[in-house]
Structures are given as C-alpha cells and as structure tokens.
Design a protein. Structure first.
Length: 288
C-alpha cells in the first residue's frame, strides 16, 4: 500500500504480538510493537519465535521467510516516539475503555496527520475512543480474531465520523496481510461475530441453568448439529469468562436489558475464569 510503510501495534499481549507478526509476514511493512512493560515485550518476542518455528516445522513457511518476518518486527517501550513514525497504528491492549482512551490520546498527540488510528477492541465502538482525539475521521475498529496467524477474519467498523479514506486504507491493509476484512457500516456493541456468539452463549447458559442438558451435551449438540469447531461452553472457557461477563455488562449499560446470566457471575466469583485458571465450565486440570 502506497500510503502505509510503518505500522505500529500498541500492546504486546497475545493479540497485539500476533497482529504484529502477521503484518510482518506480509513483507510490505516495517512493524513496531510497543508495550510499557519490557518483560512483556520479551515474552512476545519469544512467543513469536515459537510461532515461526512451528510454521517452519509444519511447512507453512520457510526458515528464510520466518527469519525475514522477525527481522521486520522491532519492539519499543517508547509510544510517543514510535507513534511519530507510524502511518497506521493499531491499539491492541486489554479490554478497558479508560486505558484504551489513554492510548488514543497519546496517538492523537504524537502520530503524523493522516495516520489511521485503529482499535482491535472486540466490543468497544470506535466513537468511544475517537471522541478523545482531534481526528475522529481517522479512527476505526480493526477487530482481528484469535489466533491472528490462523483466523482469517477482521471486522472493520466505521464510526459515525470515520472517513471513506480511513475505511479504504483499513480494508486494503487487512487484505495486504492476507486476512479477510468485512465492513460494518454502523456501530453496534459486539459488532457482528460477537453479537451472534453472545446470543448463542446466552441461550446455551439458559438451557444449562434450567437443567435441560449438561454443558458437555450442549457443546456436543452444537458441534455435531451446527458443525461448529467449538461448542459455546468451550468457547467461553477459551475466551475467558471474565471477558465475556464484562462485555455483557457493558452491553447492558449501553443498550439496556438484562446483564450477564447468574451462572456466569457465579463462576467468576468462584475464580473459575476458564482455561487461564484451569477451570471454567469445564475442568482443565491435567490437560495439555
């Protein structure tokens, strides 16, 4: 893309590090991965090295391609300095509105005019972040899916003040890194995929709470009957019950209606957040 040479990714957790790596794989861009914590950047580099090694081992890329991609990806703790060089910046920190707004304020203050400011948020509409900047026309959502190096989809969401140019740049950027963009023309909480998943997961939890079927049998029914690769309870555990709970509560605040199901709150109060704690709707003790 003629307009973009330098891509900045803010946040070096699983999503941010993989967005940066997928961008580097394309060969089109120099990529900077920024985080305030040096130790987190070190973990991100190690994880990306492992992903590259696994890709080489499975024959998905050559060692030369992997080495070249890693060579195009640098890390930094200097957000302001990195933003000053960015043609496209993607915020990919944890799902917290205030923290994301702080990042957008820093990007607004330091990025050159015309830099596209994108958020990887899975639920927070871009207008809630763009309003703290002086350039809402340059802001949009680019919601990638985990794991980014495997999942093809990216939801590009237009805010009420997002320009056509920003949408075009974002869509073409996603295509250029071998992902598939879909354009969401109007903001809605959870966008498209998560709204559908929310509905399925909420209904699954109601069936479970009502004693109609076990979590295992509900997941089996969905996988075998709808051909989903994961059942709703497996997906909840994989994503993190706390993340899902926060998204449902945020939706209730914005749109009204009921919040999260009681069973979800009960699991969280017990400290059972899914795979990351070893237990959610299923017990992962002893599993690889």
């Amino acid at each position: 893309m003629a307009q973009i040479r330098n891509v900045l990714v803010v946040g070096s957790g699983t999503m941010g590090s993989q967005i940066a790596l997928q961008t580097a794989f394309s060969g089109h861009y120099d990529v900077t991965l920024v985080d305030s914590k040096p130790e987190q950047l070190e973990r991100a580099v190690e994880q990306n090295q492992k992903l590259v090694a696994r890709g080489v081992e499975k024959g998905r890329l050559t060692q030369e391609q992997g080495t070249a991609a890693l060579g195009r990806l640098r890390t930094s703790t200097d957000l302001a300095g990195s933003a000053a060089l960015a043609d496209l910046a993607i915020e990919a920190i944890y799902e917290n509105l205030d923290a994301k707004r702080e990042v957008f304020q820093a990007l607004d203050q330091n990025a050159p005019p015309g830099t596209v400011l994108a958020s990887n948020s899975s639920t927070i509409a871009i207008s809630r972040l763009a309003e703290v900047t002086e350039r809402p026309e340059d802001c949009c959502n680019t919601h990638f899916f985990h794991p980014v190096t495997v999942m093809q989809l990216c939801e590009v969401v237009r805010g009420p003040k997002t320009s056509d140019r920003t949408v075009e740049v974002a869509m073409e950027f996603v295509r250029s890194i071998d992902r598939v963009p879909v354009l969401i023309n109007k903001e809605v909480h959870g966008f498209v995929v998560n709204r559908i998943l929310f509905a399925a997961a909420e209904e699954a939890m109601r069936l479970y709470e009502g004693g109609y079927a076990s979590a295992e049998d509900i997941d089996t029914a969905v996988k075998k009957g709808l051909n989903w690769p994961m059942g709703p309870f497996e997906l909840l555990d994989f994503s993190g019950l706390d993340i899902f709970y926060g998204a449902l509560e945020d939706r209730a605040r914005l749109e009204g209606g009921p919040g999260a199901p009681a069973i979800l709150k009960e699991k969280i109060d017990q400290g059972h957040l899914g795979r990351k704690t070893g237990k959610g709707f299923f017990d992962y003790a002893g599993r690889a």
